[in-house]
Structure formats: C-alpha cells, structure tokens
Design a protein around this ligand. Structure first.
Ligand code: PXL
Length: 283
C-alpha cells in the first residue's frame, strides 16, 4: 500500500501542543504523509496565554492550493482544524473544492470553542460560517460546545443519551454530513469519551475511558489527529474512535500525574511510538 497523503489545514501555535504541532507527529508516526497548509503562526495558542503573537497567513492559502492543483497532486484526506477568521473558513472551502476529488475524505474539526464559550477572537457569526464548511465534510468531529454552536441550540454541559442521539442525528441530517463524532461526552458515570454516528452503518457507538478531572488544551486536536491516523490506516469510524479515546486518555493520565500546567497541552510524546506501532506500518 502506498503512503496515504493527508493535507492538514490548521494554525501553528509555537507553544502549547495543539493544531499542527500535534497533527504532524501523530499522522507521521502512523505512517501517513502529513502535508500542511498553515493558516497562521502564533507564539502560543489563545487559551490561558496572554500577549501571544499572531501572523495571519490568509493571503497564502489559495495560492498554495492553486500551486498544488497545478502539480495535479492527490490528497487522500483533507483535515481541517483551527481557522483564524471568518474569511479563512471561506478560503478553506474554496481550497477543498479545488483539491478534493472523489477519493478524498474531508474531515472537519470545527474548532471554535469549549465549556459553552466561543474561543477568544471569534465573532458570533463564526458558527454559521463553520456550518457551511461542515457541509463539505464526510466526517465532522465537534465537542459539545461546537455541536451546540453549529446547531444553534443551548449548550448542555452534560448531555444524556437521548440528547447525544438527538445532537448527532441533527448534525448529520441538518448539516448533510455522513458521519459525526461527538467528543467529551459520558454515557456511564465515571467515564468520558466520544460517541460516533456513521450514517452508512446506522449505529451509534460509545468509546470511553475512566474520566480524569480537568480541561487539557489541545486534547480535541490530539483526539482528531489520532482519529484521522486510524481512519487512514483502514479502521472503521467506530474502531478509530476507540483508538483515539484510548490514546487521549493515556496522555491525560500521564499529564495529570506529571502535574504540568494544562495550558501546555497533553504529554503525548512518551506514548507516540506505541501509538504508531499499533498500525504495524513503520516499526
Ligand atoms: O486546540 C485548539 C486551538 C488551536 N489553535 C489555536 C487555539 C486553539 C484553542 O484555543 O487557540 C490558536
């Protein structure tokens, strides 16, 4: 099998273990070529850090996509994450339309908020714009905050089984996507994980691990990168969700034990080689 090529469209936050500093190692160790379209370069992510720098790369997005188009490159997947502005979402939609062919899986992590709040810097019309990007996706991977913003429904900190089913059904039906994975939810006390809904397979499936208190920056990015890595290695959505939940849970446990400030993200490096090894690709 040839090496799958995934185009990751995220920012680079220099410090804080999120977006491309997570997607690149996780996809590479899983035997996937990770091409990148950086949307912005920041000194840190925007959560729990102040005074960060922000170099906007909006003007470079379409020219880079047009260059790849002229090279006739094929991407097996396009994976989008944090996008710096309303306008960037529009340009990323155009880049997807330019670069995706019938064999390109489009995975959108609609990064825009957590704990019921939009991240700093996003305007109130941003969720509607993100919704139009999700409409181009095969798989979307929101947390509960992002799902609520996409569906314009009140945020429920702890949705129950009926709420989760309703959220996932509406995400797929209203947004017109085939599959959705809702992260940061619990169906049994003391556990936390993700529920996936694959319209083709019909069923919803819960993958979970024992819950550890705390909010760790970049955990959504680690989850989605691990999910993409597993999908591109041929795993079903359900099995890929399990792989991603297990890896994030192990990293949360390690980080909690080490007591590192949560804004520095998850200590994923120590488990990276074993994460890649499970795909029997490069070790
Ligand atoms: O982890 C998501 C993320 C990615 N990139 C930037 C962010 C955040 C979340 O706060 O600020 C720049």
């Amino acid at each position: 099998m040839s090496t799958p090529r995934v185009l990751a469209i995220h920012d680079i936050s220099g410090v804080g273990r999120c977006s491309l500093t997570v997607a690149l190692p996780v996809l590479s160790v899983a035997g996937i070529e990770c091409s990148v379209l950086p949307t912005a370069v920041l000194s840190t992510h925007t959560g729990e850090f102040e005074g960060y720098t922000f170099r906007d790369l909006t003007d470079d997005l379409l020219p880079a996509a047009q260059h790849w188009k002229s090279l006739d490159l094929h991407f097996d997947a396009i994976y989008t994450g944090y996008l710096g502005s309303f306008q960037q979402v529009e340009l990323v939609k155009q880049a997807i339309e330019l670069l995706a062919d019938d064999d390109t899986l489009v995975i959108v992590d609609p990064v825009m908020g957590d704990c019921g709040e939009l991240y700093p810097g996003f305007s109130h019309d941003y969720p509607a714009q993100m919704r139009s990007l999700c409409a181009l996706a095969d798989v979307i991977v929101p947390n509960v905050t992002e799902a609520s913003l996409l569906l314009n429904r009140p945020y429920l900190p702890q949705p129950d089984a009926d709420d989760i089913k309703d959220i996932l059904t509406r995400l797929c039906e209203d947004l017109g996507v085939c599959s959705a994975v809702l992260t940061g939810v619990s169906l049994t006390p003391g556990t936390l994980g993700a529920v996936s809904r694959d319209t083709k397979m019909g069923e919803m499936s819960y993958s979970s691990a024992p819950e550890i208190d705390g909010m760790y920056h970049g955990s959504g990015d680690l989850f989605c990168s691990a999910l993409v890595a597993a999908i591109m290695n041929g795993y079903s959505l359900q099995d890929a969700s399990k792989v991603a939940v297990d890896y994030v849970a192990e990293c949360v446990q390690r980080t909690s034990k080490a007591g590192t400030p949560t804004r520095f993200g998850l200590l994923f490096e120590a488990g990276l080689v074993d994460f890649g090894r499970q795909f029997h690709k490069i070790y």
